[in-house]
Design a protein around this ligand. Structure first.
Ligand code: ZN
Length: 289
């Protein structure tokens, strides 16, 4: 957790799980770590001594003779994860206004991953019990994430994004806690009940961000007229921009495709061409009994 040093919500969820576990009854081993303690202490996404765009989560599995971040990642990967972990959850945070979501990779995206491993990751993603599942259907194309490297190595792996950075969101921490209990129950590590929401929705991650991104046609003040989770159609109005000088409306922002309103920019002051809302396509809603 917190390889981006400000992404701390999981800390509280893990603390609660660890404090409640009966070690006599626990089957298997629960391992957790803060892989980037310097960024964590600095309370920064990326440590100031070694700036990397995208931070630690672009350089896995690290390098023994690389930069400081690469050396730390290499130590975590070789000593803790590579040959020791059967299932992996990498906790991050998205935005304060965002819901909890679970990111995982579809079978066939990475040629080295078996169907069995991909199916296990998809099952983990569902059982975690977030309302929203975000499936990667195409190669990421950037530096390697911890989840990507672990998955390529045959470890069923998911990423969980919980709320925003640098604060504790109790409601979302409770979802993460339930997700950990669900996962450990499902793996037979503890005896408990799996609790799932009535409805879960799968949305589609694609590499071409332009297809899912509504941009500001011009600069100004952006006022969304939709909220996160709304379902919208291609061309539908998502909000508008007004001039901070005249207060007159200067442009409409419309949806690039049919989909779910996933992210809305939090700072209303925007420049021309700035992404303001993302609308990934909905693959499926499914219902739990
Ligand atoms: Zn992150």
């Amino acid at each position: 957790m917190a390889q981006h040093g400000v992404e701390i919500n999981a800390l509280e969820a893990i603390r609660k799980v660890v404090s409640e576990i009966n070690l006599q009854e626990l089957k298997g081993v629960l391992t957790y770590c803060l892989p980037n303690p310097i960024a964590f202490r600095q309370r920064q996404t990326v440590m100031s001594y070694d700036f990397i765009a995208g931070g630690m989560n672009r350089i896995w599995p690290g390098k023994p003779d690389g930069s400081l971040t690469e050396q730390m990642a290499y130590a975590v990967w070789t000593n803790l994860i590579k040959d020791n972990v059967d299932y992996l959850i990498d906790f991050h945070t998205g935005r304060r206004s965002a819901p909890v979501w679970v990111f995982y990779e579809a079978f066939g995206v990475s040629p080295s991953v078996s169907k069995e491993v991909a199916d296990k990751a998809a099952h983990m993603a569902q059982v975690f019990g977030a309302d929203l599942l975000y499936i990667e259907t195409e190669a990421y194309g950037e530096g390697k994430t911890l989840r990507g490297v672990a998955f390529d190595h045959g470890i069923p792996s998911i990423v969980v994004e919980i709320g925003g950075e640098s604060h504790f969101n109790r409601e979302q921490i409770a979802i993460a806690y339930r997700g950990l209990i669900n996962t450990m129950t499902d793996l037979g590590m503890i005896a408990n009940q799996i609790k799932l929401p009535k409805k879960q929705t799968i949305i589609k991650w694609i590499a071409d961000r332009d297809k899912i991104t509504a941009r500001a046609p011009n600069g100004g003040i952006f006022i969304p007229t939709v909220k996160i989770g709304d379902r919208v159609s291609k061309g539908e109005s998502l909000g508008y921009i007004y001039s901070p000088r005249t207060f007159k409306k200067t442009a409409d922002v419309t949806s690039p495709q049919n989909g779910l309103v996933f992210q809305i920019i939090e700072n209303p002051v925007v420049v021309a061409g700035q992404p303001v809302i993302s609308v990934p396509e909905i693959i499926e809603d499914f219902f739990n009994h």
